[in-house]
Design a protein around this ligand. Structure first.
Ligand code: TYD
Ligand code: MG
Length: 423
């Protein structure tokens, strides 16, 4: 045994015979520090974050180029600066004049945001440490930043990781909230936001397609809140406007009584959202009929098709099947199963569902329609928007909230009745 070895138990061999420092254990009920949050006043964002921005946290905001990340962040920064917070916005993509023009368009040009167009991280960190640390720093985008002691080019995985690590270290040590903007890239050369997800506290993705005016902000990771909340925005000529009633938006362009459409009463976090599910079932002579899905899981679609075949004898084997969730929303709830099945059968039969009807329910492989959570909230929202009838799982019967007509469904075999099909 060597001279320094502590008395008592011998240090384990795997640690090279050396002992470590004794750490202090505390209990879980100790007072919590840093549960404070900065509210931007933008309810869609604050809710998605779980109540606001946490001081000292690192956030990643990812999304396709042009989706509106810079717009949203400049608006939020302006709002927080107006509340007296010390906010810094650093752009590595746009020149000062471009950002000023955008600020004018968004009406935040008079907010006391400190701005710089810069990509050298050494300069940025030195400047951030010059005086009292700011409360919020936006880095737009992380892919443009570089550390001059690394050889690789900006945007490469090593640069993006190392730059993010430096900024996150700064956030943790100074209590500054740091927001990293990351472009989602299809090109393997440039590191996308995924390589940073494990490093930051919160990951938000900004979704939507550019053909539509609305945008969805979704929390996919949040150390300080839930991950099922979404924020809905509409891109206007004056920036992103909050959409506090998304259902009306997703249903706004519904056609009269077409077959193949079903309105799903879904839940996005704490909020009910009604959305139209559209199916197109078209005969084909191809040996491998097409299955194309937008906004839903394609594996789940295959499952529903298999259940409809096995339990109802409805075969889609000689048909192409296209499924689309209207408005660019992505749905992950199994509760959409029954609405998907209804849309498929409606398209196959050419018989539309009653226009004032909503549908929800999970479908089991046995063909059983299983209950889903929060049926009261779903029905209340539907009622509010003028729907009169709900096709729901039988087991969701304890519903007191609504005077809607309910068509209870215990098994999918009852579905064809809605479309006058005898199965
Ligand atoms: P931007 O925030 O620059 O996207 P990102 O930072 O994610 O790349 O948004 C770009 C698009 O948004 C651009 O096509 C113009 C449009 N836009 C508006 O429609 N209204 C506005 O007020 C602003 C600022 C941008
Ligand atoms: Mg941008």
């Amino acid at each position: 045994m060597s001279e320094e070895a502590p008395v008592g138990a011998e240090a384990p061999k795997g640690l090279g015979g050396k002992k470590g420092r004794v750490i202090n254990f505390t209990d879980l009920s100790a007072p919590i520090e840093g549960h404070k949050r900065w509210q931007s006043g933008n309810e869609e964002l604050d809710r998605t974050l779980g109540g606001g921005i946490v001081p000292g946290s690192a956030l990643l905001v990812g999304g396709d180029p042009g989706i509106g990340k810079s717009t949203l962040l400049l608006q939020i920064t302006g709002a927080l600066a107006d509340k007296g917070m010390d906010c810094i916005y650093i752009s590595g993509e746009e020149a000062a004049d471009q950002v000023r023009l955008r600020a004018q368009r968004l009406g935040v040009e008079n907010a006391s945001v400190r701005f710089a167009a810069e990509t050298n991280l050494r300069n940025i960190l030195t400047s951030l440490d010059n005086g009292k640390p700011p409360q919020l720093v936006i880095i737009d985008s992380i892919q443009t930043m570089f550390l001059d002691n690394l050889e690789s080019a900006p945007g490469t995985v090593s640069q993006v990781r190392a730059s993010a690590a430096e900024l996150i270290r700064f956030a943790k040590s100074r209590g500054t909230a740091v927001v990293l903007v990351g472009h989602v890239t299809k090109d393997g050369q440039i590191a996308g936001p995924r390589v940073l997800e494990h490093m930051v506290d919160t990951v938000l993705y900004f979704e939507g397609d550019r053909g539509h005016q609305f945008r969805i902000l979704r929390a996919v990771k949040n150390r300080f809140g839930g991950t099922d909340e979404i924020g809905v925005f509409e891109m206007t000529s004056q920036g992103l406007e909050q959409v506090s009633n998304p259902s009306s938006l997703f249903l706004s362009s519904r056609d009269e009584n077409v077959s193949g459409a079903a309105v799903f009463a879904g839940m996005e976090g704490s909020r009910p959202v009604l959305v139209e599910i559209q199916a197109l079932v078209a005969p084909t002579a191809a040996a491998n009929p097409r299955r194309a899905v937008v906004g839903w899981d394609s594996g789940r679609l295959s499952m529903i098709l298999a259940v409809l075949d096995a339990r109802l004898g409805l075969s889609f084997a000689t048909h192409d099947v296209y499924l689309n969730v209207a408005g660019g929303l992505k749905i992950s709830e199994p509760a959409a199963d029954l609405a998907v099945a209804a849309a498929l059968i409606s398209s196959l039969s050419g018989v539309p569902l009653e226009r004032d009807t909503i549908v929800f329910g999970e479908i089991a492989l046995s063909g059983e329609v299983r209950p889903v959570p929060q049926s009261d909230l779903r029905m209340k929202e539907a009622k509010k928007l003028g729907f009169e009838t709900a096709i729901t799982p039988k087991a969701n019967k304890k519903n007191k909230a609504s005077s809607m007509k309910r068509l209870e469904m215990g098994k999918v075999v009852d579905l064809p009745d809605l479309f006058n099909i005898s199965s």
